[in-house]
Unconditional design. Sequence first.
Length: 384
Amino acid sequence: MAQVYDLAVVGGGVIGLAHAYVAAKAGKRVVLIERDVRANGASIRNFGFITVTGQERGDSWRLARRTRDIWADIAARAGLPVEHRGMYLTARSSEAIAVIEAFLATEMGEGCRLLAPAEFRGLANGLGGPDLLGALHSPHEIRLESRDVIPLLTRWLVEVMGVTILSETVCFSATPPRLATSRGVVEAGAVVVCPGDDFVTLYPEAIAGFGAGFGLRRCRLSMLRLGDPGWRLPGALMSDLGLVRYRGYGALPQARALEAKLRAEQPRHFDNGVHLIVTQSADGSLVVGDSHHYDHLPGPFAPASAEEDILDEYARATGQAPPPVLERWTGVYAVSDDRTYLVDTPEPGVRLVIVTSGTGASTGMALAERVIGDLFNLTLGEDA
């Protein structure tokens, strides 16, 4: 007799894995259905940077704090390597310093501080251009190598948590208790659909409604891996452009003057949606990005100017020429005009979950606790 599962999760990216983990941890029998041989989309084409500081104030910031704690616990239990901890955001103007000071005065600034240029340079091997005025330090972030950690987490869910994985399997309909797939019928009492930027395979009418109501579309990003620069970062590195892009900073009134200044001085960076994140891998190489271009279907053709602007911002923030480019890639994820995630109940026993802000790794674990708790009437996470 075929096994009957408590939960079927459709989608093997980071959001699907989060729901599978939370449900399995709660004692549920879980099957995860993934159309490819392994996760190959946005979940592995990113920094692996679990970002708390700068997330949108309120719900998203709280989700990120809880998600960071869950990742730290999983990393310890599953042996997932944490490449580095904390974040440094360099500021090159008085307007940027004003945004940082305003941020530190909010509840989101707890545990963070503004470093003087000399202190930052001492921690960061002398990095920082000649116009460095200070740096925001946050101790809250952790960074994992996503291209390695997503497969490792998937294997751990199978071997330790008892999750069944059906890879290279397409789910044609997700109505419980019988899901129609390319491998036959799968029986499950409840379903969570995590489609990423696939808006047409399951529940296209509901997703189209999201598009009409919430401006749902796609974002294409460009990223790079650079050679080992010969020094080690003390944590992830960001710069002024992040203060107007990340909503936790950018929604502050002080960010308006900074945005006007940066738009006047770096107009092409804004046209390419560039802001800077630099993280370092175990082999010393740097993952650097990124740019953002929006459309209902972004083309596969990334402009060379985006890469040039990313590397230009790297040079401005570090005060050094960038090392050679070892790899370059693009990724695509779902975005919404006015919210960071969407959760819908298209039919009884089904939840449709789309993170619409590029923050899946940073908020998805805590979001999964909410969804699984609601679906099975459980008290999970910080409410437990």
